[in-house]
Ligand binder design. Structure first.
Ligand SMILES: NC(=O)C1=CN([C@@H]2O[C@H](COP(=O)(O)OP(=O)(O)OC[C@H]3O[C@@H](n4cnc5c(N)ncnc54)[C@H](O)[C@@H]3O)[C@@H](O)[C@H]2O)C=CC1
Ligand SMILES: CC(C)c1ccc(C(=O)O)c(O)c1O
Length: 251
């Protein structure tokens, strides 16, 4: 199938699209012909720049300011999008923050914010879009989990809780939505080279890399390629699963 035709006539929402993995997802899926709606928290300039970049390559992407932690903000955006574009084909719950903390040092407010940003947002977007997707009798939902949701990681207490929970909601949503031919899967990346990861000091980066069997961090386009496959008709028989993309870290 012509790659540029994969997304023809389909729109998809990606939460947290202006940076890192989200930005790569927007670019990849727009290249495949999907009409992409993405959200951002406050980086309007980055959103406009991404829209222009996508348009220059012949694609369609539009950024929307939306605080994923706030149900009203999520539901009113989704309602408007469904009114304008009809039932969505896809949803990628990508937005997330790390907020690393050890149990003894846990700041409860910070912890609650990590849960709201990573987990509540995924539930809010899914609740807001799944009914319109079900109306189309087809669709794909992806949750961006993490290796930290599969195995423990010291200092990532709240973060790992949210990423493990995303694997849980993937399974439950897969069971509930199968009758509407909606597939629900999770992607669990290991260390992926993004701005945030770039800030890790060299000596720490070296010790992390030494631990990865493939001896490098992943690239954002590698995560986008996996997402692209899971959204495609070739993945129509896959649901309720979590796909690790981690250079062998959990092997
Ligand atoms: N970079 C990595 O190595 C890994 C990343 N992940 C996951 O992949 C996803 C993307 O990560 P990165 O691209 O690295 O992160 P990033 O920090 O570059 O991007 C996060 C996105 O979430 C958005 N966001 C954060 N809080 C928000 C809020 N309250 N409302 C709306 N948007 C909000 C930001 O605007 C940004 O677009 C996250 O869920 C992360 O946990 C998982 C494993 C590894
Ligand atoms: C420990 C996991 C692989 C990890 C590492 C770093 C980030 C990040 O900086 O965003 C993550 O989101 C992770 O899940």
């Amino acid at each position: 199938m012509d790659v540029q035709q994969l997304g023809k006539g389909k729109w998809i929402l990606i939460s947290g699209g202006t940076r890192g993995i989200g930005r790569a997802l927007v670019q990849q899926l727009a290249r495949e012909g999907y009409e992409v709606a993405f959200t951002y928290q406050s980086s309007a300039d980055a959103a406009r720049q991404l829209e222009q970049e996508v348009a220059a390559n012949g694609g369609r992407a539009h950024g929307h300011a939306c605080d994923g932690r706030d149900f009203q903000s999520v539901s009113s955006l989704c309602e408007q999008l469904v009114k304008d574009l009809g039932g969505p084909y896809g949803l990628i719950n990508n937005m997330g923050v790390t907020g690393d903390q050890l149990l003894f040092n846990l700041d409860v407010e910070r912890y609650r914010d990590v849960v709201a940003t990573n987990l509540d947002s995924a539930v809010y977007f899914s609740k807001s879009l799944a009914p319109a997707m079900a109306g189309e009798r087809r669709g794909k939902i992806l949750h961006m989990s993490s290796v930290s949701g599969v195995k423990g990681n010291k200092g990532q207490l709240g973060y790992s809780a949210t990423k493990a929970a995303m694997i849980g909601i993937t399974k439950t949503m897969a069971l509930e939505l199968a009758r509407f031919k909606i597939n629900v899967n999770a992607i669990a990346p290991g260390y992926i080279a993004t701005d945030m990861i770039d800030q890790i000091p060299d000596h720490v980066r070296k010790s992390i890399t030494d631990n990865i069997p493939l001896k490098r961090f992943g690239e954002v386009h590698e995560v986008a390629a996996l997402a692209s496959f899971l959204l495609s008709p070739q993945a129509d028989y896959i649901t309720g699963q979590t796909f690790l993309i981690d250079g062998g870290l959990t092997a």
